[in-house]
Each structure stands twice: as C-alpha cells, then as structure tokens.
Design a protein around this ligand. Structure first.
Ligand code: NAD
Length: 799
C-alpha cells in the first residue's frame, strides 16, 4: 500500500494552503468544528475520537492557515485557547490562582533548534535548558495552604477547572499534608500551587487490565450459574485501551449514585494513579532562582518529582537527550509522548512571557506516534502449522512507528471478547518500534450502528474440519486435521526450510505455498511433507501460483485484464523455433514458414537450487532433521540433546519415555510428545519415505544411545553426573568434556553413577550422591578426571 493512500495519515506532509481567503475561511471553520468536537471528548469524556497524531495534524493545519490569513484568528479559535472549557460532570468549578497553560509543539529536531535559537535570542544570553520527559497523562493543579492540600483542580480552560479534590485524596502519592523537611530547609509558603501530571504507570495499567479480566471472569461465572449461555454473556469489564484516557477517566469518576461495590472499584482505580510535579503556579515570595530548584524543594516537602529531568548548558546536549530518550522510550515507568524543554531560569520566564495558550520559555518536542486509529475491516482466522486457530485483525493500512500495518494478531476468541471490538469499528492500534502491532480496543463513541459482532468460526477456514480445543479447558481451538489441512501442511513444509530446521534456500513461505496449494497443477506436488525429498524437476516446472498482496493476503488482480496475477517460480521460458525446424538452414526455415514463436518451459535457477539444497539436506546433522519433523515441543535444543545422546532416530523411537526424559534438556513433556508422535501412521510414513529417498537418520560413527563417542577414552565405561556451576566449564561444556573423554554424561544420579562433579548451586543430586556414597568431585578434580581419568584423582581429599 503506497504512502499516497488517503487512509494513511502522514503528519509530515500537508497539502498546500488554500489560495484565497474564502476557501481558507471555509476550511478553518471546518477544522475548528472538528477540533472542538475532539477536544471536548478528550478533556471532558476522556475519549480519543481520533488519534493524537490526527488531532495534532488538524491543529497544525489550522495554525498554518491562520499564519497565512491572520484576519481569521478569532478570540475563540482553538489555537488561542488552553484545553477546553469545563463541560460539567458535576464537579464544582474552581478558578486557578494563576493560569494553567498548554505548550507549543515541535515535531522535528530542526524545528526544535530553531525554537531554541529564537528563545536564546529573546533572552539575550546563554540559558540553561531544563529537559524533562513529557508524561502522557493529564495536568492538575494542587493548591496547598499552610502545608495542607486545599484543592486539586483539572486544567479546564486554563482559568477555571474542575475541583476534583475528593478523588485526588485517594491517590496515595499525593500528600494531603506536606512534610516540613529537614531542619534548615526551605520554609513552606503560606500558599502555593504545584502543577503536575497525573498518569497510570505502565505496570499499573497492565495490572488494572488484569483486574478487568478477573472481574469479567467472575461476572461470567455468575451469569453461567444463572444459566446464561456462554456466547450471550455481555462484556461488562472490557480492557482499557489507553493509559492516558484511563487515568483521565478514573480521575473524573463521580462517587454519587455508586453502590458500595462500585465505590470500591472506583477507589481501586484512583489508588493506582501516580503523579509527577512539573511546574509551579501561584507562589508567594519565591526564594529560588530556577525551576529545577523549585523541584528540589517540592521533593523535600514530599511531592513526587520525576527522576528523569536533566539540566543542560547547550542545545546539542538537549538534542542528545531527545534522541537518547526516544530510543529508550519504553524503559520509563510511564508513557511518554515527547520531551519538554524549558528555560530553567525563572527570571527569564517573566521576561519572555507567554502567548494566550503557551509560555514562550518552554516547548514540547513530540515523538512520532505509536498509537493510531484505523478501521477494523474484518477478523479472520489463521491456522498455524500445529493447527492452532488464531484470530487476527484485518485493518485499513495505516502508517505507524516506521511501517505500514494492516494486520495484527488477536490471539484467541477470549482476547477478542475482552477487547470488545466489532467489525467496522474504529480501533486503536499500537506499534512501538519493532514491537509486534497490537489492537488495543475500539473507539466505542465512533460507532454508528453498522458494526457487527464477530464470532469464532466453528470450522477450519482452510479445510472445513470442526475446530476444537486440544484438551478440555484449553482456550485455543485447533484444527484436528493435521495430516491434510492445507494450512498445516504448508506451515510444516515452510518450517522444514527454516533456519532452525533444515535451512533450505528457496524453501520459504512462497515455495511452501506453491508446493502445497498451487493454482496449477490442480493436484499439489506435495500432499504432505512425506513427499518432499521425492520432488523432481518435472513436478516443479509447471507449478503456478497466484500472487498475494503481502499486507492484506488478498489475491492480486491485473488492473488491465482483471485476472489474477500468476507467477511460476520454477519456470524459465525460452522462445525459439519449433522442434520441427531443428537442423534446417535459415533459408529453409523461412521457406517452410517457421517462426520464432515456440515456447519451451525450462527449469528456473530456483528450481535447480532447490533440488540441490534438498539433496544436501539429506545428510545434514541429525538434530536438524529431527527439528524438521515438526514434533510438538521439540525445537533445536531438545533435538540436539536427543541426537547427541541417541545418535539415531531409530534409537529415539525405541527408547522408553523414562529413558527419553532422563536426557538433559528433554524431560517428561517432550518425552510424551515424542511417544505420541511416533504412534501416528502418517508420521512414520514421513520417516520411511525420507529414508527411502536417502535421508540419513543417524549420525555416522555414533556408538549408540548414551555411549561414549570417543572409544577407549580415559572415562570409557564410566558414568559421570555434573551438577551446579563448575568453575571453568559451562553446563554443556562439562557434559561435552565427559563425552569427549569417552564417558557417559548422565543427568540423574543412580547406583550406576561412578562420579558426581558438584559446584555451587548443586542441589538434590549432590545429596543423593552423598546418600549413595558416590565420590563427589569439585571443579579442579573434575578437570583432572576428564583429562587424566580416575587414576589422576586423590580421592581421599575429595570433599
Ligand atoms: N486524540 C484526541 O482527540 C485529542 C484531543 C485533544 C487533545 N489531544 C492531545 O492533547 C494534546 C494537546 O493537549 P495539551 O493542550 O494538553 O498540550 P500538550 O499535551 O501538547 O502539552 C501540554 C501539556 O503537557 C503536559 N506535560 C506532560 N509532561 C510535562 C512536563 N514535564 N512539563 C510540562 N508539561 C508537561 C501538561 O499537562 C501540559 O499541560 C494534543 O497534542 C493531543 O496529543 C488529543
């Protein structure tokens, strides 16, 4: 999807400004009406009808138009105002002793440098820059009289806000009474206002959502007990989508009309809120020179101050801070949407002054957005190689955190319910850097009734089998048709080619699909992976696939012909004279009317590479072959352990679950999974057909299960257990040293054990060795054992 897609919001490119006054006025009116609607919802209902980036874009567009046509700037333009006037939620109104302002924004480092240069020029001297994290929360003003919290007020329109003191009393970090501090410290003034940001720390936000899920589960259990069918139980406690709006909503809850239980929940939410002070308002006789000094004083009196603020002497250092914090945006305990840079010297605040909405001595540098709004077009099901059915969101493509996103996993049907999203909803999508995109929830207020509920399908979308949980109580549903479901075969074949398995060049997602679900021929060359090593050039060449859009997964059509775009990954077409013209001279060909229009299908380079890679794969290390069998829980680590110990697939198959579980790195779950896998006929068919095609299911020269690799080594015939951390050896290193010396490296102590090497952290194995009277060695003795053998040990001095 190109960046020119109208649905993709790009805050960095704005169209040209209107050319004449009338057009400009009409657009400014439209923008004002939209901004008005959005900010009322945002400040009064804690709801984001559009994303912050979209809001900022509208705001900037209006600012740009007003700059071009200054006659348009009216008193009530949003560009001249702070926040929004209070839309009463029933809280008393309260007038700030000193106005609360907003901040001007910049969106690039160049813009920031330009602003800093201007501010310095206006100051007429070098200044110090107080650089702070811009907390994504909501501003409040705390008025203290004689050290006691008198009022806590929202910002409102900057002059008058809502008195939310009663709610703020439940926020544990906000002191009701200040602490006079250490003797000799600054005296608390009779009256002052501290400004700060209320926010929900990321861990508290996660905990609050966990609580919502728990409440929903309890509610669902009650409903079930009343006989309400599962799919009719409403979502009473949906996930909260956004920490800032949740904090704002929590703070503006009304206690009236709430029953005991609701009050308890309300207080629980308030109790999770935090605050950092980031400014001062009215203050009688300040006896400090810098804003940073004020912070130190407020902290002494017990008000929470952000630990992340820094003071710099140069703009370059500030830029470094902005860049560094931008890279570590998520290492902070709360959400940040930018950096606020302020001149530290209070004297200059007075000198530079303020506009109608923001101080001239501070600026907010905003980071690119990580949350955007987009439309949820559909919810579909993906079937993975293990048959797991995973719902995923298909969205109108949207640009966020450096890439275009149109799909996001929704994990399972419970998650879809908890998020409370409907198809057709405007949803909040979050993508932070390289992190996987996540749908946070719906913008419920934007619903128009056309949205529809999604239900988890009961059948596999690829093969029609009835989906079911693997075992009772599982939330995940699976397609049980493991052998024939095209999605599962495709997934397994792709896995075989992956780097952690057989690492076969060419065998990726597209080839896997081409081999299992081609357009032509209608019978796929592979019914299951059993036929992989039997593939021939003749089978590969005719394969055609329909090209899909990598973002939407939709089949691509040719805009001219209207037909699906096809690709033949394994073909090369050579155009020449027909075979009948062979041996004729040019004149004879002309005379006979032969033309150069005969097409011959030949294998492409990929086809040849693929077959050569398959050939090579047949003798790859046994552990890679084991990984490529797609056995549940058997990844590279377990496969290596199995291959090292047993040396052949046959030995693994013949081992009892007990013997399997004894191998270090294997354990009971994997042992059981292996046993189940080998019981299935078509699994054994894979092994047999691959073997018939030349796959080597054993490690050449391996002497057999658990036996010494190095015949006749100093530990031949001896079993050694290494436990705890042995100085000079890694865990695997110790095991390898035993095997290299010809011994058997066992993972549990029994009567058959000859030596136990134990380092710090050794637990029950050491105790057992002592019980059984088996010699226990320290790291130094172990080193002697594996190099010289038991004859080098002086066992009387063993610990
Ligand atoms: N999505 C929407 O519908 C919608 C609507 C309205 C506003 N908004 C968001 O709100 C912004 C405008 O709100 P605004 O006027 O509060 O401006 P702002 O958020 O751009 O900046 C001013 C505010 O930053 C806060 N802040 C956080 N950390 C601070 C610090 N260390 N020092 C000083 N202040 C700090 C204060 O609350 C201050 O009032 C928009 O840019 C947008 O992101 C969104």
């Amino acid at each position: 999807m190109s960046a020119a897609d109208p649905r993709i919001v790009d805050v960095n490119t704005s169209p040209e400004l209107p050319a004449d006054f009338e057009t400009a006025r009409a657009e400014a009116e439209r923008l004002t009406a939209d901004i008005e609607r959005y900010r009322t919802a945002y400040y009064s209902e804690a709801t984001s009808l559009v994303s912050d980036a979209e809001y900022d874009e509208l705001f900037h567009r209006l600012e740009a138009i007003e700059r071009e046509f200054p006659e348009l700037v009216g008193q009530d333009s949003p560009t001249q105002e702070v926040g929004a006037a209070v839309v009463s939620a029933g809280f008393p109104e309260h007038e700030h002793a000193e106005r609360m302002l907003s901040l001007d924004n910049v969106f690039s480092l160049d813009e920031f440098r330009e602003w800093a240069e201007k501010a310095r020029a206006a100051a007429g001297r070098e200044v110090r820059w107080l650089s702070e994290l811009k907390i994504d929360g909501l501003a409040i003003s705390l008025a203290y009289r004689n050290g006691v919290l008198e009022t806590a007020t929202t910002r409102g329109d900057g002059r008058v806000g809502e008195d939310i003191t009663e709610n703020v009393r439940f926020i544990p970090v906000i002191p009701a009474r200040l602490d006079a501090g250490a003797p000799g410290g600054a005296a608390i003034p009779e009256f002052f206002e501290a400004r700060g940001e209320v926010f929900l720390a990321s861990t508290d936000f996660a905990a609050l959502n966990a609580r919502q899920r728990q409440l929903q589960a309890e509610f669902a259990a009650e409903q079930t007990a009343k006989g309400v069918p599962e799919d009719r139980i409403p979502v009473r406690y949906p996930d909260f989508a956004n920490a800032r709006n949740t904090a704002a909503g929590s703070l503006r809850q009304r206690a009236e009309k709430k029953n005991e239980r609701e009050l308890e929940l309300m207080r629980d939410r308030l109790g999770r809120l935090s605050l950092y002070v980031h400014g001062i308002g009215a203050w009688q006789h300040p006896d400090f020179e810098n804003q940073s000094d004020a912070y130190r004083m407020l902290a002494e009196w017990g008000l929470p101050v952000s630990p992340h603020s820094r003071v710099f002497d140069s703009v370059d250092e500030v830029v470094g801070f902005i860049e560094d914090r931008g890279e570590h945006r998520h290492d902070v305990e709360h959400e940040i949407d930018g950096i606020v840079v302020k001149i530290d010297e209070l004297e200059l605040h007075a000198e530079l002054g303020q506009t109608s909405r923001a101080p001239r001595w501070a600026i907010a540098y905003k980071y690119p957005p990580e949350e955007v709004h987009t439309e949820l077009l559909d919810i579909r099901i993906g079937i993975g190689r293990t048959g797991r059915a995973t719902p995923y969101a298909v969205m109108a493509p949207v640009h966020v955190a450096g890439s275009t996103v149109s799909q996001a996993t929704l994990h399972n049907q419970e998650v879809v319910r908890a998020k409370g999203v409907l198809i057709g909803d405007t949803v909040v999508l979050r993508k932070a850097g390289d992190v996987i995109p996540e749908v946070l929830g719906a913008v419920v207020e934007r619903r128009d009734g056309s949205e529809r509920e999604w239900r988890m399908p009961s059948e596999c979308p690829e093969c029609g089998a009835a989906l079911r949980p693997m075992k009772e109580g599982d939330i995940d549903l699976r397609c049980p048709n493991a052998r024939a479901c095209p999605a599962q075969v495709r997934g397994r074949v792709e896995h075989i080619g992956s780097r952690g398995a057989l690492d076969i060049e060419v065998l990726g997602e597209i080839t896997a699909a081409a081999l299992t679900q081609p357009e032509t021929p209608s019978t796929p060359p592979l019914e299951t992976e059993a036929g992989l090593f039997e593939l021939t050039l003749e089978q590969l060449v005719p394969i055609e696939v329909i090209v899909r859009d990598p973002e939407t997964g939709e089949r691509k059509t040719d805009p001219e012909t209207g037909e699906f775009v096809r690709r033949a990954p394994f073909q090369r077409i050579v155009v020449g004279y027909p075979p009948e013209a062979k041996g004729l001279t040019a004149a004879e060909r002309r005379k006979a009317g032969f033309r150069k229009d005969h097409r011959t299908l030949l294998p492409s380079k990929d086809a040849e590479t693929f077959l050569a890679e398959l050939e090579r794969a047949k003798s790859k290390p046994l552990w890679r072959l084991i990984v490529s069998l797609n056995i549940r829980h058997v990844g590279p680590v377990a496969a290596r352990a199995l291959a090292d110990w047993f040396g052949s697939l046959e030995a693994i198959r013949a081992a009892t679950p007990g013997e399997l579980a004894e191998v270090e790195g294997v354990g009971g779950i994997i042992a059981e999974s292996l046993r189940e896998w080998f019981e299935v006929d078509w699994h054994r068919e894979i092994v047999d057909r691959w073997a018939a095609a030349g796959v080597q299911w054993e490690t050449p020269g391996h002497p057999g299960p658990g036996a010494a690799v190095a015949e006749g080594g100093v530990l031949a015939g001896l079993t050694v257990v290494a436990t705890g951390s042995l100085d000079g050896f890694t865990r695997d290193g110790a095991k390898e040293a035993i095997i290299r010396a010809g011994g058997k490296a066992a993972s549990s102590v029994s009567k058959k054990t000859d030596f136990v090497a134990a380092g710090p952290g050794a637990g029950s194995k050491l105790a057992k060795a002592e019980d059984l009277g088996i010699p226990v060695l320290d790291a130094a003795q172990f080193a002697v054992l594996v190099t010289v053998g038991p004859s080098g040990l002086d066992l009387d001095t063993a610990p």
